[in-house]
Design a protein around this ligand. Structure first.
Ligand code: 5GP
Length: 226
């Protein structure tokens, strides 16, 4: 994403996309079972240069989850020590477990001009919005509660009691959609992923986030040889 040391009229000719001042932070929230993981996997396969922010959690790993890939799995003590050291951008307790976004990774990538995508629940998204008002927030809406229950049951990762807790939580979470920039209905995974991809691509082209001065200078220089 860096513009390097391209000078003069070459500056324009060598670019294939508008250089950006900073990467975008894309926040995806939605009730547990709304399909965030599958939608994110589909989006990441479609969008180049999209970095996934790996969260830390005190939840126990599910069968197919790998430490350092899906989450950084920490003990409560480890998590709280990191929190005290100011290492998290945001944290929240969700269904009895702590979750948090490691701060330095996200900031480093954004500073390097890369887009970062994160999957966090609604209170964490509130904290991100307060600290980074430019964050692009997307709420993934499940089609119905019945569908949500079916998806959670199919996933089979939680006990019946934990599934009930997640469903109750989902009912509480839906009205939070009003605080988000975008809402995407996840009725069909491919369609939802395509909509999220379009949002990310469109947000990359916002004038305020692009180095348009680069073009203005380049065109000024080029105009001198016309
Ligand atoms: P799960 O236990 O199903 O992986 O995640 C439970 C909830 O925690 C999901 O809504 C997910 O978006 C959220 N979550 C995952 N990582 C983070 C994080 O770093 N911060 C916050 N606030 N929520 C997270």
């Amino acid at each position: 994403m860096s513009t390097g040391v391209i000078r003069g009229t070459d500056m324009l000719k060598r670019l294939t996309e508008v250089p950006r001042i900073r990467g975008n932070l894309i926040v995806i929230s939605g009730p547990s079972g709304s399909g965030k993981n599958s939608a994110l996997a589909a989006v990441r396969s479609k969008v180049p240069d999209l970095v996934y922010s790996i969260s830390a959690t005190t939840r126990r790993p599910r069968e197919d989850e790998i430490d350092g890939v899906h989450y950084f799995f920490l003990t409560r003590e480890e998590f709280l020590a990191m929190k005290d050291a100011g290492a998290f951008l945001e944290t929240a307790e969700f269904c009895g477990n702590l979750y948090g976004t490691p701060r330095s990774f996200v900031e480093g990538k954004l500073d390097a001009g890369e887009d970062v995508i994160m999957d966090i629940e609604i209170r964490g998204a509130d904290q991100v919005r307060a600290k980074m008002p430019d964050a692009v927030t997307i709420f993934l809406m499940p089609p119905s509660l019945a569908e949500l229950e079916a998806r959670l049951a199919k996933r089979g990762a939680d006990s019946p009691e934990a599934t009930r807790r997640r469903l109750r939580k989902a009912i509480e979470e839906i009205p939070a959609v009003l605080k988000y920039d975008y809402v995407v209905l996840n009725y069909d995974l491919e369609q939802a992923a395509e909509q999220i991809r379009s949002i990310i691509v469109a947000e990359r082209a916002r004038v305020g986030r692009c180095d348009c001065e680069h073009f203005i200078r380049g065109f000024e220089m080029e105009s001198q040889i016309f």
